[in-house]
Design a protein around this ligand. Structure first.
Ligand SMILES: CC(C)(COP(=O)(O)OP(=O)(O)OC[C@H]1O[C@@H](n2cnc3c(N)ncnc32)[C@H](O)[C@@H]1OP(=O)(O)O)[C@@H](O)C(=O)NCCC(=O)NCCS
Length: 311
């Protein structure tokens, strides 16, 4: 992780006034190392970082990291000198972070798993992780909510006005011309089964899913398009949108979902396999992948994927 502003950062007095209610100030030995832990292990967002200070947000929390050197005039400085693990007796509790994923990743970022993920009577599936300084994070999800929208991300129904934003970026997100295949009607008529994922802090659009429950085949549903901004990938954003879609169409009586993609979109095929989809046999096999030639007209080749929805 390179030091410096992750995005345009507001001056300190302005940022300070955005901190309402409880926020945490942790004095750490290495700001960049601790910021990497919070970003890499807990999927929080680094708003700003340099060697002396970092501002972190996510899971409804604001965390500031300060280097020991910036704490030099504070009366509690002597308490940091012993080198013993810090933060004894305080648990920093963050609900909205997948404890299994966080526990898996923590060691790679200098953290330690103090308590492996397990279900607690207070309704959380929870893990206890120590960051590189010894601060104790208790992270979890409500039991029975494996969808876990990633920290710092909010899901909401897709709105007609999202069309402008999505159509402006979609070719970049796919890496090829795709815009012409996403008509505006998906933003206007399928809000109950289509979702936007946005940055809970800035409202920036991080992902979208356009899907529908089939009006003519009541047990079938279909995902037409789903995409996540390159900078927000591999954090579970698409998984959370798919789970939200599954719940929405299941509530309408659907028992299966399908979608199609291009055989060149291997990322999409791999992603859907991870989400539990299987490839539907077609009329040809291309590179070991079953394909449907001519499905969308002469010369077209598509991969059809399908997933059963269990109640
Ligand atoms: C495909 C895409 C939607 C995935 O979004 P994402 O938010 O990065 O996916 P998630 O982080 O929710 O990943 C969910 C699972 O899929 C896996 N996955 C995601 N992208 C993957 C890829 N390119 N290759 C292999 N596996 C992948 C993840 O590892 C995760 O599995 P795990 O939880 O078992 O580790 C995103 O890469 C994208 O927008 N691509 C361009 C548009 C596109 O092709 N859309 C899909 C067809 S419409």
């Amino acid at each position: 992780m390179s030091p410096g502003p992750v995005e345009r950062f507001v001056p300190a007095p302005v940022y300070g006034r955005t901190l309402q209610g409880l926020s945490l100030n942790l004095v750490v030995q290495d700001v960049l190392r601790s910021a990497a832990f919070l970003e890499g292990a807990l999927s929080l967002r680094v708003l700003f970082q340099d060697a002396g200070f970092a501002a972190i947000a996510g899971a409804g929390a604001r965390i500031m990291l300060h280097a020991d050197s910036t704490y030099g005039r504070m009366p509690a400085l002597h308490r940091l000198a012993s080198g013993a693990p810090r933060g004894g007796g305080v648990e920093i509790r963050l609900l909205g972070i997948d404890p299994d994923r966080a526990a898996e990743r923590a060691p790679a970022y200098g953290g330690a798993v103090l308590l492996a993920p397990r279900d607690f009577a207070h309704g959380w599936r929870e893990a206890h992780l120590a960051d590189p300084d010894g601060y104790l994070y208790a992270v979890g999800l409500p039991i029975g909510d494996p969808a876990g929208v990633p920290a710092g991300v909010r899901l909401r129904p897709l709105r007609p006005e999202d069309a402008e934003t999505v159509l402006a970026v979609i070719d970049d997100w796919w890496g090829r011309e795709i815009r012409s295949r996403l008509p505006r009607l998906f933003f206007e008529h399928f809000a109950t089964t289509s979702f936007a994922a946005e940055d809970e802090l800035t409202g920036e659009l991080l992902g979208f899913l356009c899907g529908l429950a089939s009006p003519s085949q009541p047990e079938e549903s279909y995902i037409h398009f789903a995409g996540v901004a390159p900078k927000a990938r591999r954090r579970g954003v698409a998984r959370a949108m798919y789970r939200a879609f599954f719940d929405a169409v299941r509530a309408q009586g659907c028992t299966a979902v399908s979608c199609i993609t291009s055989p060149i979109n291997l990322d999409s095929i791999d992603f859907h396999r991870r989400m539990g989809f299987t490839l539907v046999a077609g009329n040809a096999v291309d590179g070991g992948i079953p394909v449907h030639r001519g499905r969308e007209g002469p010369g077209t080749v598509h991969v059809v994927m399908r997933c059963e929805l269990w109640p």
